[in-house]
Write a protein that binds this ligand. Sequence first.
Ligand SMILES: Nc1nc2c(ncn2[C@@H]2O[C@H](COP(=O)(O)OP(=O)(O)OP(=O)(O)O)[C@@H](O)[C@H]2O)c(=O)[nH]1
Ligand SMILES: [Mg+2]
Length: 302
Amino acid sequence: MKISLVGLSGCGKTSVYSVAFAAKRPEDTKGLAPTILYETRRHPFLGLQVGIFDFGGQEEFRKEYSEKPEVFRGTDILIPIVDLHDPDTFQEAKDYFINLLDIYRKMNEKPKVFLFLHKFDTTDFQKELLDTNVKKAKDLFLDLFKDYDFDYMLTSIYEQDKLAKVFRDVLISEYAELKSHVEKAEKQLNEIKAKVIIADISGNVIVHNVQGVSSGLTLRGDLRDFINACNTVRENIFMADSSKFWGRDEDGKEVELHIFKYIISVLVMKSGELDRESQDKLNMLLNDMKLFADLIISAHTD
Ligand SMILES: Nc1nc2c(ncn2[C@@H]2O[C@H](COP(=O)(O)OP(=O)(O)OP(=O)(O)O)[C@@H](O)[C@H]2O)c(=O)[nH]1
Ligand SMILES: [Mg+2]
């Protein structure tokens, strides 16, 4: 799957990538240098290789792309990014997006479009102006993509969890049936009196009900290592698609890890026995995740 991040220089493309996928802290993006030409990164997600193309937005590079538009070819998901802190550049951004749509039209391609109205925060910015700019941006940009499979969102790197969810939803938008499972899991998690983290085997968090276990999509390192180790045992010793791991200390603290179809992992942490209702709900969740894993596999083979 190819995702293309486009927008003017300084609108926040590399920052969005770094915070959502590379576990960077938002503040650490302040020193980022402008991207030269474009950068590609591979990121495994739900067993799929996702290629993220970050197209530097300085004028010389935009000019270069319009002369060699092949770089945009094969984009499944186009993410145009608008800097809400800089309304003076809206028109220039719009012209750039119009050019890009023209390029796709000529190539006979129709990517899905997710417009990010970005920097929706008041870090180094006045609150009163923000609302005005959102309105202005909506008026200017929303009908640009009306012929496309299109959605827009208000994003900020300072809301890392929300940004991770936006990307999770963007990534699973490729599989129509998956979304309802994720939404269902989100609801079920609220009703289970245990800490539960659902992630893929590469350590991308899909859903969780524990604070501070991820930065962006990336699961905390120690838990990622644990899943990795168990996954190795599953593969090399059990030689099975799915398996369960379980541990307990003297005080009754328990950790349980379920791996489904070498793609999905569900980590459950509890202090002692769960009440009956939570246990029932957890069992339902586990069943549903098993199904979820099957769906992913069949989507890949399609
Ligand atoms: N307040 C705020 N600042 C942001 C946000 N996202 C990015 N920035 C800041 O915007 C500046 C530019 O970010 P970059 O990610 O380098 O911009 P870019 O779009 O990659 O720019 P080019 O590579 O030149 O195309 C950095 O100082 C970031 O800290 C955001 O959501 N809110
Ligand atoms: Mg950049």
